[in-house]
Each structure stands twice: as C-alpha cells, then as structure tokens.
Design a protein around this ligand. Sequence first.
Ligand SMILES: Nc1nc2c(c(=O)[nH]1)N[C@H]1C(S)=C(S)[C@@H](COP(=O)(O)OP(=O)(O)OC[C@H]3O[C@@H](n4cnc5c(=O)[nH]c(N)nc54)[C@H](O)[C@@H]3O)O[C@H]1N2
Ligand SMILES: Nc1nc2c(c(=O)[nH]1)N[C@H]1C(S)=C(S)[C@@H](COP(=O)(O)OP(=O)(O)OC[C@H]3O[C@@H](n4cnc5c(=O)[nH]c(N)nc54)[C@H](O)[C@@H]3O)O[C@H]1N2
Ligand code: SF4
Ligand SMILES: [Mo]
Length: 567
Amino acid sequence: MNSNNDIACPMDCFDTCQATLIDGKVKASKEHKVTNGKLCVNFAHLLKEEKLEQAFFEDKEISLIQSLNILTEKLKNTKASSVLYYKGNGNLGVMQNSPKVFFGQYGATFTKGTLCEGAGDKGIEKGRGFNTNPPLQNLLDSDIIVVWGRNLSITSPHMYELIKDKTFITIDPSKTPIAKKSQIHLQINPKTDHDLALLMTRFAYMNDMEDKYNSNYWNQGAEDFLDLAKSKPLMSYEKTTGVNLQDVQKAIDLMKDKKVAILMGLGAQKYYEGVQITRTIDSFAAYIGLHNKKAGGVWYLANSTYAYDNQFKVKVKKEVDIVEVNFASYELVFIQGANPVISAPNTQRLINDLKNTFVVYFGTTYNDTCKWANLIIPSSNFLAKKDIRLSYGHDLKAISNIVKSSHQNTISEYNLSQYLLKEFDFNCLKNEDDIILYYKNTKVEIEEIKTFEFIDELDIEELYYKKTTNNYYFLTSKQKNTLNSSFKVDNYLYINPVNSFKDNDNVLVKSPHGSAEFKIKCDENIKENCIVVYAGAKNANYLSPPSSDEFANSAIFQDTLVTLDLL
Ligand SMILES: Nc1nc2c(c(=O)[nH]1)N[C@H]1C(S)=C(S)[C@@H](COP(=O)(O)OP(=O)(O)OC[C@H]3O[C@@H](n4cnc5c(=O)[nH]c(N)nc54)[C@H](O)[C@@H]3O)O[C@H]1N2
Ligand SMILES: Nc1nc2c(c(=O)[nH]1)N[C@H]1C(S)=C(S)[C@@H](COP(=O)(O)OP(=O)(O)OC[C@H]3O[C@@H](n4cnc5c(=O)[nH]c(N)nc54)[C@H](O)[C@@H]3O)O[C@H]1N2
Ligand code: SF4
Ligand SMILES: [Mo]
C-alpha cells in the first residue's frame, strides 16, 4: 500500500527502511519486507537530533536568502575549476544528486572514489563485470550464511532479522554479535582474507565442490585460480590467517551441498590491495558455484543505480581523488552532507587545509566540519523533502513524501540547485516528481553473470610482515548507536584485556601517519593483536593512511599498524 505519508529512512545503511506518518507519529512499514514493522535506534536518534536551522557567514547569523546571495556572488567571482564540489553520504536519497547538475554545468572540480565500499566494488566488478546483489529471495532461500567482514546484526539489523534462524559462519577478527551466534567463527588476522579465500578454495577442491559442470563461466581462468590456491603450502595459511585448518574444514563441511549465501561487508577491503582481496573472495564463491543460482549468492554493498539511466547526468570537467584531495588548493570548497573532519582520513591535514580555503557547508546539522566553514547553509530535514531511496543491501525501494513543512531558514538540495541554475542561466533540472517517478517505476531485472574472470595472481604487501609484538592492527568499524559520525559517538579505544592496559588508561597512539590520545576500554571481543576505534570517534582518523587504494580511489583506513604508549 502506498500512502502520501510514506517516508524513507535517508541514512547510509543496507536496510533502506520505509515508514509512514500516521496521526503525527512515525510508524515502521509492515508492507516493506525488510523493514517488517520495526525501525532502529538510529532512526529514533535522527528524529530527535538537533537540527541546523540557521545560516551563518563568518560565524554571524544571516538569513537564508543572504546565504544564497553570498554563495552566488562567490561562485560568480571564482574560477570554476578552483571550486571543489564534495558530497558525502549523510543522506542517500537520489535527490541528493541535484547539486551535481549545477556544479557540473558551472565547471567545478568533482571528487572521484569513496571513503566507503570502493575497493570491494571494483574487486567484484573485475570478476563479474558489474556489482549487483542477487534477489532478496535468494538470501531467504539459502541454508548457510557466511558473514565475511560484515557486522551483520548491527549494520543491517533488518536484513539480519529476516535470516536470523539460519546457520551462520562468520569471518571476522572481532567476536561480533553475529560471530557469537555463528556455528563457526573464523577469527582471522586482519588483511589476510585473500589467503583464507585461497585456503577455502583448496579445501573445496579436495572436497569435490568445484562448479565445473554447472557453471557457464568456468572457462575464464578457474584452473589458474586453483593453481594460485595451490601455490603456497597448506600450513603456511594457518600461520598467516591465524585460522586453524580444522576450523576451515568444518566450515567447508557445513557448506558442502548446501545453498550458501556470502554476505560481504567492508572489513576485508579497507586496505591498499582491497580490490585484489575482494576479487579473491568472489573468485572462491564462483569456484564453488554460488553465482547465478536460484538460491544463495554473494551480497556486498551493491551499486544501487546500476540498472537506471542517471537522471542527473553531467559532464564533469575534472575529478580528484576523494581520499587524497587537498582542500587548500581550491579557492572555494562546497561540502554537502559530509563530515570530513571526522570521516575522512588524516584529520590533522584536513583541518589545516580547511583553514586555508573558503568553506561552504550545506547540511542538516551543525557538525564538526562546520567549525571550519565560512558560510553555512541549512538543508531541509528529510521529512520536508521528496525523495526515493534505492538500496545497496537488497532490491527494495523506499519512497519519501513531504510530511512536514520545511523550516523557513532551510532549503532542499533540489531547490538550492534550481535556484543556482536559474541565477547562472543554466539548464534547469527536470521536474522533481518526474525524476522520482522514473526511479519508482523502472523495474530492475537482476542480470546473470555471463563471464567471470577469476583472479590468477596476487601482488599484496602483507601487513603481517610488519607486525611485531609491540604493535597492533588498527581496526575501525561501525557501531549500533551511531551512524558514521552522527548521534552517540564513542571516542574510546577498545583492546583485549590480555594486553596490559586498564579501563580509562590514557594512551598516546601512533601510526606512521599521525598520533592521537585515547581513553582505553577493555573488551574481550577484540582479537589480542588488534585495537578497535569506532567510526565517528573524534581522533580515529588522525591515525589512518592519507592515501587511497591501488585502483579504486577508495579509502584504506586499516592499512596501518599502531603503537600504544601509556600517558
Ligand atoms: N548502526 C550502524 N549501521 C551502519 C553504519 C553505522 O555507522 N552504524 N554505517 C553504514 C555504512 S556507511 C556502511 S558502509 C555499512 C558498513 O557495514 P559493515 O561492512 O558491516 O561495516 P563495518 O563495521 O566496517 O564492518 C566490518 C566488519 O569487518 C571486520 N573486519 C575488520 N577488518 C577485517 C579484515 O581484515 N577481514 C575481515 N574478514 N573482517 C574484518 C570488523 O571487525 C567488522 O565486524 O554499514 C552501514 N550501517
Ligand atoms: N575511522 C573511520 N572513518 C570512516 C569509516 C570508518 O568505519 N572508520 N567509515 C567510512 C564510511 S563507510 C563512510 S560511508 C564515511 C561517511 O562519511 P560522511 O559521508 O562524511 O558521513 P557522516 O560523517 O555521517 O556525515 C554526514 C553529515 O551529513 C549531514 N546530513 C545528513 N542528512 C543530510 C541531508 O539530508 N542533506 C545534507 N545536505 N546533509 C545531510 C549531517 O549533517 C552529517 O553530519 O565515513 C568513512 N569514514
Ligand atoms: S536500519 Fe538503517 S535504514 Fe532502517 S531505520 Fe535504521 S538506519 Fe534507517
Ligand atoms: Mo559507508
């Protein structure tokens, strides 16, 4: 049932939930299969959060129209290529793309790549040609779920609810809630998933699990892939991955002759060679024939717009790597729906850069990045703008209508774009309803994989070569009560109590890229040789590498080791 009061959760999350406003109250949709009548704690936080409803120029309150005039003037007086358009993931509705149409025609520099799933996306694309998820029904019809580098019950709580009674195998350095619920937990060393995938391929071969006779893509290098898997002694894998061979055999026994789904997350790909690592996992899946089946398959963060004609098409003149971009080399930086001071690598350099350019911030909250902004333009709340959400987790869409009037000091992404397009005499956007209807009405057929290119060589600088007894792997991942840098941010550093630190100890943490102070919290769910700092933590990205991966302009937050000194 569609209602004019339907709203979509705008947040960056696999589940893409649907809700409705009934008698002034937000109720979760029962018809949307994934939402299934429930919303999560972060949605409650979103409804309650303090909203930005005041424009500022050089820290002084101004009216919305004054802020738009200042922006227009500034843009008219700046060389277009010296303007950087930087969009984050604060709201994943398709209408968030509207400003691209203005900045494209204007001739601004855009960013390319992501702080998120890019390396894994490219790894999948290199094997299959495109990155889409199988139909949701395939997941529901599977028997065994392999959760690979994904904090499933926390980062896709609704998808998890639908499958919670199945048998799980989890591959994760941490004892996550899903790892604890799993029949088998392979507590892998970070950045060794390529080795584990090769080891599992060896076992699959020994257990006659290869898909030679059923698959239409077998010829594209499967034998070479098997040779690669055979190229290292079996025992060596035990040492590198930290996983024992008996447990791998148990996992393979569970998977044999079953309908298997692999749910991949970001974990395995936050490294310089994340493309190769993900492609090795997907090659293992292809080897045992998970693709193109009626049940099971491999899920990741799919490219949700893959099957659509882009309604915001623009010719971009110049693009720069989102991870390595130097804000200070632009005269004006327009930041939309992002909090790079917290979310992008190398916080220290970023803050210094932001001090040396004119920063325009366009968003819904006064976040950490606003402190460095010269001009702040408030964006309308999601309840006050029309939109549609496509999902990177599954194949359902969610619609958002206007259910609340927009605050007078705020403007939607669509309206800001139309305003600027008119001011500059550029071609305006299509009607908002038409754009949304296009995405709503376009039926997506999930494509078969026609050819699969198995990976046949690996060139990876192993992090374990640099590991000593004095340093730790640096893990940074998501948490229940925060959505990236929003809501109940947790600034602690988590470490296993076997290490000689106590709760509330203050430590100086150093990586080759920077240093920062943290307070300790002991947690036995963390692997002994790792530390964990959660996404959104104020100091996390003082430590992460300031460069992108080898192929995808994707962030590599975890490709570093850190040392801890008690203060
Ligand atoms: N509650 C909540 N939900 C969210 C978000 C949020 O902030 N909060 N963020 C959303 C966003 S932006 C995204 S991209 C998704 C991400 O969703 P996930 O992919 O689930 O995100 P992460 O928390 O990064 O989970 C990665 C998992 O990989 C593990 N890991 C780390 N390193 C390795 C490794 O080398 N190998 C293996 N095998 N595992 C490893 C971590 O311990 C962690 O459990 O979640 C979305 N959903
Ligand atoms: N250390 C570490 N860093 C990480 C990660 C990690 O796991 N660890 N995860 C990475 C990942 S996966 C991601 S996706 C990125 C996310 O990084 P960002 O894309 O920077 O996302 P957030 O930090 O959540 O900031 C989003 C901002 O968007 C604004 N916003 C919300 N809704 C709207 C809207 O409707 N319109 C506009 N204009 N603005 C809005 C809010 O003010 C909010 O502050 O962070 C990455 N950074
Ligand atoms: S689970 Fe994700 S999509 Fe659903 S309400 Fe929570 S944040 Fe939104
Ligand atoms: Mo993300």
